[in-house]
Design a protein around this ligand. Structure first.
Ligand code: ZN
Length: 202
């Protein structure tokens, strides 16, 4: 294929194309924008990448990814220390924290149990979760795992593991999304919403 740019620029396009949401076409467009905005975007971006790449760490308490260890969530003294919200991935932690509804602690499991993929409790941060609960300060563990078969299997497993401790174990409600129309929901979501129905407050 004829090349309209050198191998250095090509390497940049190839790397950008690995990012989620960017295929080869978007990667080419992004690269061209970077080249055109060398001083205002490209150089600051390169510095920001190097800075974060230098400092990125896994939090020893909750397994969040941050440039601090313990992470800014674990360090924040204004957050509730008695509640832990268990999530599969850092992206779930970010999503929940964006909602600004939950102001407690988190625990990133690093995935879900999966017989098919050979992922057992030792591949996840189950032990460190149990240790945190054993510490005694925790009063409630919220299982905020995905509504997939593996997510729900993992929730049941964790709920059983936590039975021996004096903590309340809760799970996220599943149901009708805000702004959702019933006609568009799948049967499983509709059934879950009906089971988790509540009183209408006036
Ligand atoms: Zn942390």
């Amino acid at each position: 294929m004829p090349k309209s740019h050198g191998s250095d620029i090509d390497a940049l396009i190839q790397l950008l194309a690995k990012l989620p949401g960017l295929g080869p076409r978007s990667a080419r467009r992004s690269t061209l924008q970077l080249l055109k905005k060398r001083d205002s975007v490209m150089v600051p971006l390169a510095h920001a990448l190097m800075n974060v790449a230098d400092k990125v760490q896994i939090c020893e308490v909750c397994s969040n990814i941050d440039t601090h260890n313990p992470c800014h969530v674990c360090e924040d003294v204004r957050r509730d220390r008695t509640t832990i919200c268990v999530v599969e991935d850092v992206s779930d932690l970010w999503a929940l924290d964006r909602s600004e509804t939950f102001r407690g602690q988190y625990h990133v499991l690093g995935g879900t149990l999966s017989a098919l993929d050979g992922i057992g409790p030792d591949d996840l941060t189950v032990d460190s979760l149990i240790e945190r609960v054993r510490g005694g300060e925790i009063e409630e563990v919220i299982l905020a795992l995905n509504a997939t078969v593996d997510g729900q299997t993992t929730s049941h497993y964790l709920a059983e593991k936590l039975e021996e401790f004096d903590v309340k174990v809760t799970a996220l409600a599943h149901g009708v999304p805000v702004g959702g129309e019933l006609d568009y929901l799948d049967d499983g979501t509709l059934a879950a919403a009906l089971r988790a129905r509540g009183s209408v407050s006036s």
